[in-house]
Design a binder for this molecule. Sequence first.
Ligand code: PEP
Length: 251
Amino acid sequence: MRSKIIIANWKLNGNWSFNEEFANALSKGLQEIDLKDRQIVICPPNVYLQQMNGLLLEKSIFLGGQDLSDELSGAFTGETSGAMLKDFGCRYVIVGHSERRARHFETDDMVVKKTMNAISAGIIPVVCIGETQEQRQSGLMKEVLSEQIHSLVSGVADQIGNVVLAYEPIWAIGTGATATVEQAQEVHGWVRSEIERVNPAIAQKLPIIYGGSVKAGNAPELLEAPDIDGLLVGGASLMPREFLTICLAGL
Ligand code: PEP
């Protein structure tokens, strides 16, 4: 059985006092709870990694980066490498989020390079894939996802077993328009079958998590779906009570 992973993507949010209050509330809320192998991951902005590393002492809470460089070191102003994230205690890193693909023109090739950099730094990449509303409505969803999946699978080759996939329909991110459980499960099942075609040994083990307007209200049913192995949470991860409820959903 695949265990569940719940990831908070704080994006460009947080500050010193908010972070402290959040970490204390979360640690307190999770104390003495049997999370049954469930992992909770907080991805704050990089500048707060050290602060959060010192605050998140509960053993089931891990730290993650929101992005990493496709380079390893050198003259790349503003970049952060996988090794640096590792130094600051990161166990996970988000790769190829749709906001990075759209605003920073990240291509599938860059996503592969970043994924490999994360793996070689000893960090688990959480690779995001997803389609726009327009692509879904014009019947291109599977084509778009298939291109993202196969570029990743062929690019990382036998390292695919070290990846977490995140299906994030772009039309559901930050819009309040969550995919229904049926829609999400259908895509997750199909993504798994695509992986199965190229790597049958890995497909059943690969965690595929869902992201897109997840809230406390829809988290339990999403987590019940057989191919949804966790949640990537944006807006709702900035509300400590709401996020805690999501972390505990279905336990
Ligand atoms: C995200 O950005 O990864 C995300 C899922 O955001 P939200 O939960 O706000 O839709």
